[in-house]
Design a protein around this ligand. Structure first.
Ligand SMILES: [Zn+2]
Length: 456
């Protein structure tokens, strides 16, 4: 473990590969030529790294890609165009004009309080939580879109929560399919102006026009393994999504995680020893369009019985400079991760603080594993506000990435992998009842019911 930690601590290979990829491939949108190229490059880098096995898990899915979009606001005396981006999985063709109604945070309570005013309206909804409601818990944009459409809205105008005219993309669909009405994102500043005018009594209309494409594509999760020496049938799975949105190069979302995994695999494979359990590295495609690759893989594992061999799933999504790890698993997992964190901190305390938490959340590739009861682990990252401000936006480029953030990923997550692989007996999966209670405790029943993913 010490030898690995030392070797990983001097490697900037993850950053160099990511930097090359952003310059030579560009974005990595699933179903695009760039996405396919990224799959090929990942496959080659695993092979170059000397992994024991490298293979692909192919899946088919409808992949959405953007065409054109326009938003025009009318106030009875004139019209004004506003810059916007289309959210993903929005209709292939739409042209809708409707009165604009401020629906605040876009939570169920907002729609309830507006009643019939929502029907046939274009709703202005915040991506974050601005209009404070006591005890309100934010929802994902896709869940807000589902609630808005259920309440009768005919289009949705999301207001970004990042200053500086930044526009965001991301899926508006809870299930990866196309939604029935257009949804766009506008800048925070434009949203504020619209809100002020509506609050002052102006009657505004919003015309949203868009054209997009969606086609059945074949994509591939790229998988590599180091075979365990003592318990090869037990698998520690570490994954992260390789795909990205098309507005930039996805250097942080999720070049940070996926290219760190590639280098982690390389450094681990270069050691003069093999781990006790099998370590499986998975680069998922289709995450951004709706967890398409991870849903497909978990479905495959569930049908073959393979899922029972996966001891835990470690997900790296926008991970860097881990301070510790969060775990969502039965109680024994919390103690185990705590002790693993303490031993990693013993090796290096420059960035890794040894923190651990037991949070669970949704909307990344760990979700399908978690919903089947597999314990999930994520690094507690420390990337800085400038990074999160470019999430899903046109500024998510390599200038946001510090090489050491990735080196620290490789070092800390790789050490955790070895530690888990060497633990004599690992705790088990969630029982159905444990999982239900855990999800309820984390307030995840409501969003999972909106998306139709609540397993009970
Ligand atoms: Zn991501």
């Amino acid at each position: 473990m010490r030898a690995f930690h030392a070797a990983a601590g001097v490697s900037e290979q993850a950053y160099e590969w990511l930097s090359w990829s952003t310059a030579h491939i560009g974005h990595r949108l699933t179903g695009s030529p760039q996405g396919r190229r990224a799959e090929e490059v990942a496959d080659s880098l695993f092979r170059l790294g000397g992994l024991d096995t490298v293979y692909a898990h192919a899946f088919e899915a409808n992949a959405w890609s953007r065409g054109t979009v326009a938003l025009t606001i009318g106030d009875g005396s004139g019209f004004r165009h506003l810059s916007c981006t289309a959210l993903a999985n929005t209709p292939l063709n739409a042209s809708v004009e409707a009165p604009l109604v401020d629906a605040g945070n876009g939570l169920q309570a907002d729609f309830d309080s507006l009643g019939d005013a929502i029907k046939g309206a274009s709703v202005l909804v915040d991506l974050g939580l601005v209009a404070g409601q006591k005890g309100a818990k934010n929802l994902h944009r896709s869940e807000k879109a589902a609630l808005a459409l259920r309440a009768g809205a005919v289009s949705i105008v999301f207001v970004n929560q990042v200053e500086g005219g930044v526009l965001l993309t991301g899926t508006a669909s809870v299930d990866g399919g196309l939604i029935t009405a257009p949804a766009v994102c506008i800048a925070m500043e434009d949203g504020k102006l619209l809100r002020e005018r509506l609050a002052a009594g102006a009657s505004l209309s919003a015309r949203v026009q868009m054209s997009n494409q969606s086609q059945l594509v074949r994509a591939r999760n790229i998988i590599a393994e180091l075979r365990g020496t003592v318990r090869p049938e037990e698998v520690i799975l570490v994954g992260g999504h390789l795909d990205s949105w098309d507005l930039a190069t996805g250097a942080t979302d999720n070049g940070l995680g996926s290219f760190s995994i590639l280098d982690m695999a390389r450094v681990l494979a270069s050691m003069p020893f093999r781990p006790e359990r099998t370590i499986r590295f998975v680069l998922f495609m289709g995450e951004e369009q709706g967890l398409l690759g991870s849903r497909a893989l978990v479905q495959h594992y569930a049908s073959t019985g393979e899922l029972g061999r996966v001891a835990c799933m470690i997900n790296l999504d926008m991970s860097g400079n881990p301070k510790g790890f969060a775990v969502g698993g039965p109680p024994d997992w919390e103690g185990l991760i705590k002790s693993q964190c303490a031993s990693i901190k013993g090796l290096d305390s420059t960035v890794f603080e040894g923190a651990s938490s037991n949070d669970v959340w949704l909307h990344s590739d760990h979700q399908p594993f978690l919903l089947k009861g597999v314990p999930v682990i994520s690094p507690l990252s420390d990337l800085g506000k400038h990074v999160y401000g470019c999430y899903h936006s046109s500024c998510d480029d390599i200038h946001l990435v510090k090489p050491e953030a990735m080196t620290n990923n490789v070092r800390s997550v790789g050490t955790l992998l070895l530690g888990l692989a060497a633990t004599p007996v690992l705790p088990g999966h969630f029982t159905s009842e444990q999982l239900r209670l855990r999800l309820q405790k984390a307030d995840l029943e409501a969003p999972l019911r909106i998306s139709g993913d609540w397993p009970w």
